[in-house]
Design a protein around this ligand. Sequence first.
Ligand SMILES: [Zn+2]
Length: 264
Amino acid sequence: MAFPSKARHPMNAAKRLGELPARKSPVPERLTDVAIARVKEMITSGKLVPGQRLPREQDLARELGLSRNSLREAVRALTLIKVLEVRQGDGTYVTSLEPRLLFDAVAFVTHLLRDHQMLEVWEVRRLLEPAATALAAARMTAADHLELADRIERFRIATTADDVMSADVEFHRFIYHCAGNSMLESVLETLSLQTLQVRAWRKATDERHRQAALAEHTQIYRAILARDPELARAASAMHVAEGESWLRDSAAPLPAVDGGTLMS
Ligand SMILES: [Zn+2]
């Protein structure tokens, strides 16, 4: 693999950056790591900005002191995690780098979590969702209130498990959005919704569970409508705690408790 004569050796560059983990991986993989670090540096330093097209491969490889192969591998890896985007017949671009996009990669791996790790995910939701709900109570407009009411209504009239689940998810998602913090919104969506919804309403057709969740949603809604952040925070905490205790019970080695909902 040829490097331009003036190029800094990638291994030295990696040591200087301190960005490479001490692994016994084969050299080609390390070269790719260096290439990734170099492209990342260009973004963090502002040399490349969201939506910008990358220079031609051979030019960028020369500029960064990399082989074209390593650069190509880096682009492939960064494309997978939605940092870069290859447009066929056009070129490679930096994506919008919006949290929602970047958290897709996290969402993908959270699907691989086991039950005890899911409980930790749920704890994170319990910490963050009441805070997001309090922010939403302070920030929602009158139009938002109407939209939230509409989402509660959709939950109320839902009958199939799929409808109940998606109405539930949409209710919570709208509150996350109205908290007005895109990072908080993305974290909550990633950890709470995408991870858990698969098992969320497997008891969705159970009318008792749905009615309990509906009553809790209504309490959250009323607190938001009253623009009372602390009441909204408390109502949200109660609702999330209900779901968490159901998960704890169902994850225990004893026979699952026949009650409660997960994504409620
Ligand atoms: Zn719910």
